[in-house]
Design a protein around this ligand. Structure first.
Ligand SMILES: [Zn+2]
Length: 387
């Protein structure tokens, strides 16, 4: 079996049973421990975590990981495996050569594990690359994190999201094709509620694609099947429509208002604010954008960070998701950027850790992830040299 050592960016092979001295651990279940601990595991699962003052057991028998802390593996709540973060249009052209894309995906998946990321939620692609990747991992053909995939997104024909889904003319066409759509298989339903934000005009967002009653019908169709709904939505109107329709999470949510946050708190909706797609353009400068666009991006970033802090203060569920695959948002690495952005928003580090583990696990609908306690599989944990 394996455990991720994210500090070394390595996947360590370990026996199913063993013991090791570690420097400490953290999880939202057990809290923080910064003293030496004897970790014992059996059948691949944590058997005990016992404080050690001095080594009673023979150090010869004990594998020494004494510079590492044990943590739950990270989770990225929003990625696109079918995109390469380099050139969106070129990447879409490459989709006609599936072997090229699959080579990329195999590399990305391995990299996620090397960086301690044991699960990802994929926001979809029209050809179904992420859905197939999920299945390859389940079958054990590819090694990688657990993939929760929306398969194909639901968007309106002729509007934003052509690379995410086939596009439905209206709710009538959706009704007609619904059995086929659900028959393809999906872990969550992704609805494209709005277009994307404009980098050259503050507060401007592509149009809202669904009326509240139509979106409610989409959401209920998923909920009847026990499937959670993630909504791509930005702008005051689009976010209001998504909240009113009863989706489970708001993705991106640029231009979120205080009123939205209060409603989300009341309804228990989660927000995955994906700062990296805008923040990373500023953090890693390129000459792709004009001075005016950079100024606008700075305003958008500032507004997003202050709303994230407000959400944290109001105790709204906030997840950590990168939109990896988007320009300047590389798979795996960008989760560290996103966690940095959360800290920049003023959220304490261990609270960010809680969001990237425990909270994200709830958002993925996989509560067995993002935890560390007796019984947790070591394959869902990671070793790091700093907390
Ligand atoms: Zn996305």
């Amino acid at each position: 079996m394996n455990i991720s050592c994210s500090t070394e960016q390595k996947i360590l092979e370990i026996p199913d049973e063993g013991e090791a001295i570690i420097a400490g651990y953290w999880s939202s279940e057990l809290g923080l421990c910064t003293h030496s601990v004897l970790l014992e595991w059996k059948n691949g699962r944590v058997k005990s975590l016992l404080p050690v003052d001095h080594l009673e057991s023979s150090p010869k028998k004990t594998q020494l990981w004494d510079s590492y802390y044990l943590l739950p593996g990270w989770i990225d709540a929003h990625v696109h495996l079918a995109l390469d973060s380099l050139d969106f249009y070129q990447c879409l052209k490459n989709w006609v050569q599936p072997s090229l894309i699959e080579e990329n995906i195999v590399r990305f998946l391995r990299h996620y594990l090397e960086r301690g990321i044991v699960a990802i939620r994929d926001g979809g692609d029209l050809p179904g690359f992420s859905w197939r990747a999920k299945n390859r991992v389940v079958e054990g053909v590819w090694s990688g994190p657990r993939v929760i995939s929306v398969h194909e997104a639901v968007n309106r024909e002729g509007m934003y999201g052509r690379f995410l889904g086939r596009g439905f003319k209206d709710i009538l066409e959706w009704r007609e094709k619904k059995p086929n759509f659900f028959g393809q298989g999906l872990d969550q339903l992704k609805v494209v509620v709005t277009g994307i934000i404009k980098f050259d005009e503050f507060q401007r967002v592509g149009p809202t694609q669904w009326a509240v009653e139509d979106l409610t019908e989409l959401v209920e169709a998923a909920h009847e099947r026990g499937i959670p709904v993630m909504a791509h939505a930005s702008g005051e109107m689009g976010i209001s429509v998504a909240i009113a329709a009863g989706v489970d999470s708001i993705e991106h949510g640029y231009y979120m208002t205080t009123e939205h946050l209060e409603q989300m708190k009341e309804k228990g909706l989660a927000w995955v604010p994906t700062v990296a797609p805008i923040g990373n353009i500023l953090k890693y400068p390129t000459d792709r954008y004009s001075a005016h666009e950079i100024d606008t991006l700075k305003r958008i970033l500032e507004a997003q960070l202050s709303k994230i802090h407000e959400a944290y203060r109001l105790k709204v569920k906030v997840g950590v998701g990168t939109d990896a695959g988007a320009y300047q948002v590389p798979h795996a690495e960008s989760l560290y950027d996103e966690m940095d952005w959360m800290e920049q928003a003023g959220i304490p580090k261990l609270e960010v850790y809680r969001m990237a583990t425990h909270e994200n696990a709830q958002i993925l609908g996989s509560p067995d992830l993002g935890r560390l306690e007796v019984g947790t599989p070591l394959s869902l944990l990671q070793l790091v040299n700093d907390i």
